[in-house]
Structures are given as structure tokens and as C-alpha cells.
Design a protein around this ligand. Structure first.
Ligand code: AP5
Length: 222
């Protein structure tokens, strides 16, 4: 089985790459941000508790996200592997993840750290559009939908995330930077970390990730 984790600042392109990678490698994509947003839309107790943290650009409490993730990893589709995006965000979550995976005889094979500068991030998030129905990502300039305001994949309406306002993006970056170094060290010590620049075109970033993934895991070549 191939467990892949994508780390990086908000807006680095984790979601964009995770969707493409999941298609290429035929593995399920698990995004904690997406699961939380779906809970908010569905007005679940998790969504009600998480919404305020998310709108303020803060991390949702660890226990809440861990509970949510445990039930996702109980599904059978993760047995052959997974692409995890948005988790872990801090050292405590990294250790929780090891416990969740270990208890299910799953493991992380590689961790990709997508690096990007603050200017690129702010420009990307200011222009991001998300599909309300299928959560596909677009960008007003970099990756515009074929028809303005409409998802290319499912024809539903696109919207701008509440937490993509500039002041909230700055808060998210601040929260991210406080925790990033310890997380990077954690996976570096395990010799699982691959660091790459996410500033290039999405196709180039994807081919770099795939090249490394194929080198690291022979089972992906089949
Ligand atoms: P989450 O949804 O995970 O947000 P994030 O980590 O801040 O990341 P983003 O989704 O903003 O960015 P991304 O890196 O996926 O970039 P994307 O591909 O969309 O989390 C949201 C909130 O949920 C958190 O703030 C927190 O409150 C909560 N949460 C989630 N997980 C949690 C956890 N584990 N613990 C606690 N709380 C948690 O790309 C961005 C834009 O750029 C798009 O428009 C895209 O089209 C464009 N783009 C992407 N790549 C490129 C490229 N190479 N070139 C040009 N444009 C590009």
C-alpha cells in the first residue's frame, strides 16, 4: 500500500496536486479541509463546532479532526493507499496520524512538502474559485473555468471560500508558519520528506511528484 502525505502552506497547491495525483495513481484523496467544509454545509455537529475556527483562519481542535479522520480511515478504500492533504498540521497531529494508521496496519510511504512564497500564495488564494458540488478548484487567472462561474466537471456554481479573504489568509499563514518547522523535521528524521517548489505550472509540479513517487515505490509502476 502507498500512503502519500502532502504538506505545505495554504495555497501552495496541495488540493490541486492531490486531486491529480489521486487520478494518476488511482488512490483515494482525503482532504481534512474538504471534509470539514462538507460538515459545515451539512450543518453537522462537527461542522457547527469547526466553522468559527475555519472562518477565523485558525486550526480546528486536534481531537475533533482526529475523530473525523479515524472514521475516514475505517473505510475499505484506503487499504491500497491514500493521498492525504491538510493533515497533519502540527507535531501532535503527526503523532496521532501514526497511531491512527498503525492501528489499521497502514503506513506513510512518502511526504511531499510543497513550498511557495507568501506573495504567490496571496495571489493564488485571492483568485481561487471552488465548486460547491464537487469541490474542484479553479483560479480566476491561472486556471479559469471554461465558462465563467461554472464548474467544468459538474456544471455547478463556483464560489469564493470565506477564509480566502486577505486578512484571513494572513492569519492562516501565521498559524501555518508556527508549526511547519517541527513537522518538516519530524518527517525529515524519518527520511520520508521530499521538498519541492510549488511555484511552477501545476503540470510541472505534478510530474516532479510522480517522478519521485515512482522512484520511491516500485508498486506504483504496475
Ligand atoms: P484546507 O482546506 O486544508 O486549507 P489550506 O491548508 O489552508 O490549503 P488550501 O486549501 O487553502 O490550499 P491548497 O494548498 O490546497 O491550494 P489549492 O490547490 O487549493 O483547510 C481549511 C481550514 O480547515 C483550515 O484553515 C483549518 O481551519 C481547517 N483544517 C483543515 N485541516 C485541519 C487540520 N488537520 N487540523 C485543524 N484544522 C484543520 O490552490 C490554491 C489556488 O491556487 C487555486 O485557485 C488553484 O487553482 C491555484 N493553483 C494551485 N496550484 C497552482 C500552480 N502550480 N500554479 C498556479 N496556480 C495554482
Amino acid at each position: 500500500m502507498t500512503g502519500i502525505v502532502l504538506l505545505g502552506p495554504p495555497g501552495a497547491g496541495k488540493g490541486t496536486q492531490a486531486v491529480r495525483l489521486a487520478e494518476e495513481l488511482i488512490l483515494p484523496h482525503i482532504s481534512t479541509g474538504e471534509i470539514l467544509r462538507q460538515n459545515v454545509l451539512d450543518l453537522t455537529p462537527i461542522g457547527e463546532e469547526a466553522e468559527d475556527y475555519m472562518n477565523r483562519g485558525l486550526l480546528v481542535p486536534d481531537e475533533l479532526v482526529a475523530k473525523m479522520l479515524m472514521s475516514r480511515f475505517d473505510k475499505a478504500d484506503v487499504k491500497k493507499g491514500f493521498i492525504l492533504d491538510g493533515y497533519p498540521r502540527n507535531l501532535s497531529q503527526a503523532m496521532t496520524l501514526d497511531d491512527i494508521l498503525g492501528a489499521r496496519k497502514l503506513d506513510i510511504g512518502m511526504v511531499f512538502y510543497l513550498d511557495s512564497s507568501d506573495n504567490v500564495i496571496i495571489q493564488r488564494l485571492a483568485g481561487r474559485l471552488v465548486c460547491k458540488a464537487c469541490a474542484a478548484n479553479f483560479h480566476i487567472k491561472n486556471m479559469p473555468p471554461k465558462k465563467k462561474g461554472i464548474c467544468d466537471h459538474c456544471r455547478a456554481r463556483l464560489y469564493q471560500r470565506k477564509d480566502d479573504q486577505e486578512s484571513t489568509v494572513k492569519k492562516r499563514l501565521e498559524v501555518y508558519k508556527k508549526e511547519a518547522a517541527s513537522l518538516i523535521e519530524f518527517y525529515q528524521a524519518k527520511e520520508k520528506l521530499h521538498r519541492l517548489s510549488a511555484d511552477a505550472e501545476p503540470e510541472l509540479v505534478l510530474s516532479e511528484i510522480i517522478e519521485i513517487a515512482l522512484k520511491c515505490d516500485d508498486s506504483l509502476k504496475v
